[in-house]
Unconditional design. Structure first.
Length: 157
């Protein structure tokens, strides 16, 4: 797998946050794409983490943070448990759909706008939500990198 470098931008804050977040999303997807279905479900680590679970977990995070907490839209976060009928292709498609929904909201709202639902937690704004999703996605893309290397020796972003 060819190593890719993150985009270097001199753009506005939103453009930069979303570009870096997309780079991390794409890096994670590249770790799952091309892995056979059995390997995508297998966990070579004691925690039980799998490539499919990482994608499902991050799809859930994007919906929970942007759609439900920030925009206060009536939605149910997707389940992050890997189901018997899940495939790498279906989980990647669901993750892309969740990301597209989150991006559509993030592109039209102000970065200083607070989350409309706090569920009792200290309020945060969209800037914080996007930065949190960026760090969470980057962290899990790193986990996926380790899993993929343990599965078949493949490395690179």
């Amino acid at each position: 797998m060819t190593d890719r470098k993150p985009p270097r931008l001199a753009g506005a804050e939103r453009e930069t946050l979303l570009a870096l977040l997309q780079f991390q999303r794409d890096s994670l997807i590249r770790k799952v794409d091309g892995v056979d279905e059995v390997a995508a479900r297998r966990s070579p680590v004691a925690s039980g983490t799998t490539l499919l679970w990482l994608l499902k977990h991050l799809a859930q995070a994007e919906i929970r943070w942007v759609v439900i907490r920030f925009a206060a839209l009536d939605a149910s976060p997707p389940d992050d448990a890997v189901q018997p009928d899940d495939t790498a292709a279906s989980v990647i498609a669901a993750y892309r759909a969740a990301s597209a929904q989150a991006d559509a909201i993030a592109r039209t709202a102000g970065l200083d706008e607070p989350c409309r639902r706090t569920d009792g937690a200290e309020p945060v704004n969209l800037r914080w939500v996007l930065a949190h999703l960026l760090e969470e996605t980057a962290r899990h893309a790193g986990h996926a990198d380790i899993l993929r290397e343990l599965i078949d020796g493949s490395t690179g972003r």
